[in-house]
Design a protein around this ligand. Structure first.
Ligand code: ZN
Length: 230
């Protein structure tokens, strides 16, 4: 449980766009898929693999609850073994040499007027049509779609999302999950609850924070009940 408090302190001090790195620490992978997989694996280790999520239906605003298995999802998101490095796409006369986007690319592109084009400019090293250089921001949709499919195959976990269907109105939609924001929300809630418990037992028994946190959850719950704080 000390883990949770340490994580919370570290992540609370970080701006939201680098919270994934704050949660994962120095070991945060550059690959976006590997990073999301690591966040889900951390969630499974801290709070268990089964996670209940809630999404609001865009059709009727009903709250839809669903469960995911963070461990299994993490394993399905891992990047292809050859994802890092340069790749070549040939499509309809175009030849594109590119690499997969990393977290630094997303941050750099985040403030651009056109996010998708800014990302392409960073990750495309060469773009040619019939052997002549071609601007990446005027690629036809079918080429950018082919590039997007190729990126998905290399980095299946860049975006984590779920295909949902509302049981009330039948609307189907795709709900994205910000793995870092969801995990931080849980870490913060657990940390705040722990501090309330430490406060109650420190007042009642004069124990230090370390002493309270060293108690097993079962003993801590029993003492909290004894002092009327649970
Ligand atoms: Zn609905």
């Amino acid at each position: 449980m000390n883990d949770v408090l340490t994580l919370w302190e570290r992540a609370a001090a970080a701006p939201p766009d680098v919270r994934d790195e704050a949660l994962l620490g120095a070991a945060a992978p550059a690959s976006l898929s590997a990073r999301n997989a690591a966040l889900l694996a951390l969630r499974a280790r801290l709070f268990g693999a089964t996670q209940r999520l809630v999404a609001a239906c865009p059709g009727c605003a009903a709250q839809l609850e669903f469960e995911i298995d963070c461990g299994a999802l993490a394993r399905s998101l891992l990047p292809a073994p050859d994802a890092a490095g340069a790749h070549e796409l040939r499509h309809g006369g175009y030849r594109i040499v590119y690499r997969v986007p990393e977290s630094g690319d997303l941050r750099a592109a985040a403030n651009a007027d056109d996010f998708a084009t800014a990302l392409l400019r960073r990750c495309v090293a060469q773009c040619e049509l019939g052997g002549i250089a071609h601007a990446v921001d005027t690629l036809p949709d079918e080429v950018t779609d082919a590039l997007s499919d190729a990126l998905d195959a290399l980095e299946p976990g860049t975006c984590v999302d779920f295909d949902l269907r509302c049981v009330d109105c039948g609307v189907q939609w795709n709900a994205p999950m910000d793995c870092a924001a969801v995990l931080y929300g849980e870490v913060r809630a657990r940390a705040e609850a722990l501090l309330v418990e430490v406060d109650a037992l420190a007042r009642a028994y004069g124990w230090s924070e370390a002493q309270v946190l060293a108690l097993s959850p079962t003993r801590r719950a029993a003492y909290l009940q004894l002092v009327g704080a649970a």
